[in-house]
Every structure is written in C-alpha cells, then in structure tokens.
Design a protein around this ligand. Structure first.
Ligand code: CA
Length: 234
C-alpha cells in the first residue's frame, strides 16, 4: 500500500474516478462529499494526504484547509475548477502543499501526489535527518537553509536555493519552465521568461560543473528535472 488518501470532493463522478485510479495505483482511499465531513476525517489522523476541492458544500476547501492547519501538517493538494490566481495564492498561503486545476490528467495528479508524499515530514524515520532533501552527494536542509555537496557548504543566492529546493522536492519529475516560474518567482512575476534557464545555468556551474556530477537535466521542449545521473549510467 502506497498510502492512505482522503478525497474531499462533492462531484461524485469525479471523486469515484479519482478513487478508482488511486486504488489501481495501490493507495487506500476514502471519500467525503462536503467540507464538514472532510475536515472531520482529515483531522482524524488516519490519512497520509488530502485531495481537497475548493468549491464544496457546508465548508469550502479554503476554510477546511485553514481549520485543518491549526492542528495538522498533513500534505494537502487543492483541486480547483477555477484557474484563477486568487485561488492559488489563497490556497498556497493557506498552507496547501500544491494545487491542480480541473480538468487534469490523472498522470499529473499522481505525480503531484507522489511529490507531496515524499515531502511529508518523516515522523518515524528518526529526527536527525528530518526534512533534509538529498540527491546523490548533494543535500539541502530547508530548516537550516543550507546546501552541501559531501560536506562542502555551497554558497547559493536565495533564488538559486528556492529553485534547487523545488527541483529536489520533485526529484525525477520534469517541471516546466512555467511551473518553476510560478512556484519560485511567483504568480505575478513580470520579468524575463528565460529567468529559469539563467538560474539553471547558475546552479549547473555551482553544482554539476564544480563537482563534476550530473544532477540537473534539461528535457527539451518541456523543462528541467533533477536525477542522480551517477547511478543511472546513461
Ligand atoms: Ca466542487
């Protein structure tokens, strides 16, 4: 079993569809059709992740999230029908780990779920290493805002750090330039659209080139991904 997921969604057909796909991927699933029931279940501590619709009867998703965050750090992915900046900002400010806009491809949702579950604080795997992201010899500690290669500290700017963290949290998943811009630079970013490429170059020179490794991959026409190339022999 990959984990236990709560779907809070009042569109029964969509909820059933997601449920079937998740069960096929070996997740255990429970569903709630309104915000109040969803919140009670989410607070029960029985789940690894919550898929939370925003437009819900009784309590809307943003309100469910706000109340849930008072007691729980469980990963939450918002499902939103309205692709508005307002929803995303409110949702992410409210403590959502991610959001996905309906209609979505199920593969995209599954990738987001895997990423959110990986990010989950490892409560049962020891305190010492909690929250530290690793790829190959590279380690990023969000709490200490520190990046090290083996034991050598790397000097990164805030932007480089944020970009690297985003890539490490989504290790193995290809992230588009748009998504990186949105997540690292912000929704209202008005600057150069090649900012991502420029900062990827900075990271490559400080990591791949400086230490003769290959972690940062370009997927032509799509975006960027982080992989441990040394163990893959490509
Ligand atoms: Ca709805």
């Amino acid at each position: 079993m990959n984990g236990k997921i709560l779907i809070v969604e009042d569109e029964e057909k969509l909820a059933r569809f997601i449920e079937m796909e998740l069960q096929y991927e070996d997740y255990e699933v429970e569903k709630a059709g309104d915000g109040r029931t969803g919140l009670a279940l989410a607070q029960s501590d029985a789940f690894d992740l919550v898929l939370l619709d925003i437009m819900l009867p009784e309590l809307n998703g943003i309100e469910v999230l706000r109340r849930l965050r008072k007691t729980s750090a469980i990963p939450v992915i918002l499902l939103t029908a309205r692709d508005t900046v307002m929803d995303k900002v409110t949702g992410l400010d409210g403590g959502a780990d991610d959001y996905i806009t309906k209609p979505f491809a199920i593969e995209e949702l599954l990738a987001r779920i895997r990423a959110a579950l990986r990010k989950k604080p490892a409560s049962d795997s020891g305190q010492a290493d909690s929250g530290v992201l690793r790829i190959g010899r590279l380690a990023l500690d969000p709490a200490r805002h520190a990046v090290t290669m083996d034991d050598t500290p790397l000097e990164l700017t805030k932007r480089e750090f944020d970009l690297l963290q985003m890539l490490m949290e989504n290790k193995g998943i290809v992230l588009s330039r748009d998504r990186l811009l949105e997540q690292v630079w912000g929704y209202d970013y008005q600057g150069e659209t090649n900012a991502v490429d420029v900062y990827i170059r900075f990271l490559r020179s400080k990591i791949d080139d400086a230490f003769e490794v290959k972690y940062i991959y370009t997927v032509r026409g799509v975006g960027y991904t982080l992989r441990d190339g040394e163990s893959e022999h490509e």
